[in-house]
Design a protein around this ligand. Structure first.
Ligand SMILES: NC(=O)c1ccc[n+]([C@@H]2O[C@H](COP(=O)([O-])OP(=O)(O)OC[C@H]3O[C@@H](n4cnc5c(N)ncnc54)[C@H](OP(=O)(O)O)[C@@H]3O)[C@@H](O)[C@H]2O)c1
Length: 152
């Protein structure tokens, strides 16, 4: 797994959790070229795309032949991407939109987590009355992992 972030501190933590390579997208703006180099021009099988239009072009440059890009988030906005779609075609790659899931999906996800004893990384938990602070923490982008609001 290759992880990107603007924070070297977060990337160091990602490596302790199993990332075999990391790229700081702020200090390495051409991070797609770096991923291409790291994978010896093979590319990656799966891209988890949370940036959306502003990052999709570089994600398409990093995907391997026959690979898949899962479009999960649009943190760079809702505009149309200005990138060429040609890399998708040339690599027989797929672009799949993913918008949350059903209750059945959530239950099978939780069963999988339990069965394989996977514990999600929780950054901080806020009580419900502190929900505005939880959103401010999310906005600060200082978190690593999930921010939880516990219900009374
Ligand atoms: N489709 C769905 O079902 C679904 C489900 C859950 C979440 N989402 C969406 O997915 C997105 C991410 O959620 P999350 O919980 O993973 O958020 P998160 O924990 O805050 O992670 C966001 C990641 O995106 C990176 N990032 C932010 N802006 C970026 C940019 N301009 N260029 C490159 N990378 C950038 C951040 O990098 P840094 O490390 O530098 O901060 C961070 O690694 C959100 O838009 C959320 O609404 C969608």
């Amino acid at each position: 797994m290759i992880v990107t972030s603007s924070s070297d501190e977060k990337l160091a933590r990602a490596r302790t959790l199993g990332a075999w390579a990391t790229v700081n997208y702020r200090t390495t703006p051409d991070w797609d070229k770096e991923v291409w180099r790291l994978t010896e021009k093979r590319g990656v099988d799966h891209v988890v795309e949370v940036g959306g239009p502003g990052t999709l072009g570089r994600s398409m440059n990093t995907v391997a032949a026959g690979g898949q890009i899962a479009l999960i988030g649009v943190l760079t906005g809702f505009d149309a991407p200005d990138a060429s779609l040609f890399p998708l075609l040339a690599r027989n790659a797929r672009l799949d939109g993913i918008y949350v899931g059903s209750r059945a999906h959530f239950e099978s996800l939780n069963a999988f987590l339990t069965q394989h004893q996977i514990r999600p990384i929780i950054d901080r938990t806020f009580v419900f009355d502190d929900a505005p602070a939880a959103f401010a923490h999310l906005q600060s982008a200082a978190h690593f992992g999930k921010i939880v609001i516990s219900l009374p």
